[in-house]
Design a protein around this ligand. Structure first.
Ligand SMILES: N[C@@H](CCC(=O)N[C@@H](CS)C(=O)NCC(=O)O)C(=O)O
Length: 210
């Protein structure tokens, strides 16, 4: 399998965690987002949305991180990242979507660039924007984690929820957000990063890390 990825991309980080948890081997094809390689015509033919990740498996391209997680779950079900219980499964998907659909799009690189270059926001205003949407989103996530054991988001095994949470926490810390009000989020993040599948998916462990 080949994963078009950027070391700091939280959407690609989600997929790297899932591939590692499922013990699937893959090669990384770096796409340098700061150098705008996602906008190159040759990449646009791979991913018309001009973003990472893109997963290539068996000569097929798969787009959108959550859809890629669903594909991996159906194609490689041996190690499952969804709980058996149908209600918990729905909660896991809702949690993952809260990150991928509600929080992350507001703070994506192209949005930050637009705020800065087209709407002339200062660095400080841009930082406030970023922190505002993370904190608002994390309030909701923390409330959804009230039954968590502090190791994983839902139940005793990692799920899509953990695949999405850990990269989002990485982003929050990168933007110096104080997470002390989010005890469950902090605890789960610390625990997951002790596991090789999460640790090896981290930006610092990527071949394109700089
Ligand atoms: N909804 C997409 C989001 C993908 C996405 O926005 N990726 C970011 C990196 S985290 C990207 O490639 N951004 C490039 C840009 O904004 O120009 C997914 O979940 O795969």
């Amino acid at each position: 399998m080949k994963l078009y990825s950027y070391f700091r991309s939280s959407a690609a980080y989600r997929v790297r965690i899932a591939l590692n948890l499922k013990q699937l081997s893959y090669e990384i094809q770096p796409v340098h987002l700061v150098k705008n390689e996602q906008l190159l015509e040759c990449y646009q033919t791979v991913n018309p949305s001009q973003c990472v990740p893109t997963l290539v498996d068996e000569d097929q391209s798969f787009l959108q991180s959550l859809s890629i997680l669903e594909y991996l779950e159906e194609r490689y079900p041996a190690i499952s990242l969804l709980p058996d219980n149908i209600v918990t499964r729905s909660k896991v998907r809702a949690f993952a979507q809260a990150i991928a659909c509600d929080i992350h799009p507001l703070n994506n690189l192209r949005v930050l660039k637009y705020l800065q270059h087209d709407l002339s926001l200062s660095d400080e205003q841009k930082k406030h924007w970023y922190q505002h949407w993370i904190i608002e989103g994390f309030n909701s996530l923390e409330a959804q984690l009230q039954d968590s054991n502090g190791q994983f988001c839902f139940g005793t095994q990692p799920t899509f929820a953990d695949c999405c949470l850990i990269p989002q926490v990485y982003n929050a810390k990168r933007f110096k957000i104080d997470l002390s009000a989010f005890a469950k989020i902090e605890s789960i993040s610390q625990h997951c990063l002790t596991l090789p599948a999460f640790f090896n998916a981290a930006p610092e462990q990527q071949p394109d890390w700089e």
